[in-house]
Design a protein around this ligand. Structure first.
Ligand code: SAM
Length: 408
């Protein structure tokens, strides 16, 4: 790949591209980089590169002509090398937001030319005439496009074969698969009283990979819900975890089973409501009250099932044949992360074959459940209830209960 940077500060850009990992790769000929001085292409005696803006206003604007001539020179150099016309990117604060997807796309070109603005910017006409796209590296304004062009160059060049020691080096990193990276640790095992998570010391790579994947998903869900939502859409759960030996679902019938369901319901609802409702309301979530509520719902047509692992009830779900609704999908905190929720939801859905689009409700604060439903192809279908502290004395913060509909 060939990268050209068109700038008023070629030395600055060149020195960055000559250092560290990129510098070594450049010296090995794994990519070519050329930094061009815009001033060298001026046609006035003073080698002036900018002028006052038409229409007035503060600051100066870069002339179109020297940039255009520089870009033509780069095109001629590429043609002489037998390369295609370079893809031209203008770095502007008003450009499209930059991300790893764009880096991957730009890395496919044989030649990319990055044009750096300065002062108030660049005469728009040269952008119109030569630009294939405009990129912004973030919602803030820099004094010049040099740092932005180096951000783009660095993220694109590290994807070139051979630049990183191992391809896996970038495939595991943040944004590659749309998720943030899991936390990393190195020696010593205990630093200032903080120990490395024990799973990383087991040498069991299946367990380590599973732990890292779970960390990666949890981090993204909490820190970048926007990314996580997109990831859920593009990563539907099609491969269900297999039912294990000693694992089964049973209809709640006996007194013992009602007690287990009530305990699970109380624990599950408490966890979901903890951040959202007042302590006074949370105090009402006792197994006794929950049992009474479940029995009332049974009279209204609901059936409840318990999930057992090795004889221990660790999950529950309810279905209503009359209405095609699913409710109270809960897994004990110890049993989470084993795919039990997904299996129970599929079980419940299949209990309702007469309803092709069953529904359920979930609090919009329950991002873990929302992510699971999204990956299982449940989609928002409206707001069922609003819990507003201004009107509802049990609500601690404004929360919505969303209705979801199965769209698989
Ligand atoms: N007047 C411009 C505006 O309000 O959009 C800002 C010009 S800025 C001071 C000077 C140059 O820095 C721009 O021409 C551009 O090349 C670069 N620049 C500033 N912020 C940038 C960003 N977020 N991403 C990419 N380039 C940026």
């Amino acid at each position: 790949m060939r990268i050209d940077i068109v700038t008023l500060f070629p030395e600055l850009c060149d020195s960055f591209l000559s250092a560290s990992i990129l510098g070594r790769a450049r010296a090995k000929g794994l990519f070519e980089a050329h930094c061009h001085q815009i001033r060298d292409y001026t046609r006035n005696k003073q080698k002036q590169t900018d002028d006052y803006p038409y229409g007035g206003g503060c600051g100066m604007v870069l002339y179109a002509q020297p940039i255009a001539d520089c870009l033509r020179a780069v095109q001629a150099q590429c043609a002489a090398q037998g390369r295609a016309r370079p893809h031209v990117v203008f770095l502007t604060a008003a450009g499209q937001p930059y991300n790893e997807e764009t880096a991957k796309r730009l890395a496919q070109y044989d030649a990319v030319t990055l044009v750096c603005g300065h002062y108030e910017g660049i005469d728009e006409r040269v952008i119109e005439a030569f630009g294939d796209e405009e990129i912004s590296i973030g919602d803030y304004v820099l004094t010049g496009g040099e740092l932005a062009s180096l951000v783009v160059a660095d993220s694109v060049l590290r994807l070139q074969p051979g630049v990183l020691a191992e391809e896996k080096g970038y495939q595991d990193e943040s944004y590659w698969d749309g998720l943030l990276e899991y936390p990393q640790y190195t020696r010593p095992e205990v630093w200032e009283g903080r120990a490395v998570p024990p799973v990383l010391l087991t040498g069991d790579h299946q367990k380590i990979d599973a732990w890292r994947a779970a960390q990666s998903r949890a981090r993204t869900r909490i820190r970048r819900p926007d990314l996580y939502e997109r990831w859920c859409d593009t990563h539907p759960i099609t491969d269900f975890p297999k039912w294990k030996r000693g694992e089964n679902m049973r209809l709640v019938k006996t007194g013992e089973q009602w007690a287990a369901a009530a305990a699970l319901f109380a624990e599950g609802r408490y966890a979901v409501c903890e951040e959202v409702f007042t302590p006074l309301y949370l105090d009402t979530l006792t197994p006794e009250n929950c049992r009474a509520e479940l029995l009332e719902e049974k009279r209204g047509g609901w059936a409840f099932y318990l999930h057992y692992t090795a004889g221990q009830a660790d999950g529950m779900v309810g279905v209503c044949h009359k209405t095609g609704r699913i409710t109270h999908l809960f897994v004990t905190s110890e049993a989470r992360g084993k795919g039990i929720g997904a299996k129970m939801l599929e079980f419940a859905r299949k209990k309702l074959p007469e309803h092709p689009h069953p529904t359920l409700t979930v609090l919009n604060t329950n991002t873990r459940a929302l992510a699971l439903y999204r990956r299982l192809k449940w989609r928002p279908a409206g707001v069922e209830t609003v819990y507003d502290p201004a009107q509802d004395p049990t609500a601690a913060v404004y929360t919505e209960e969303w209705r979801l509909r199965y769209e698989g």
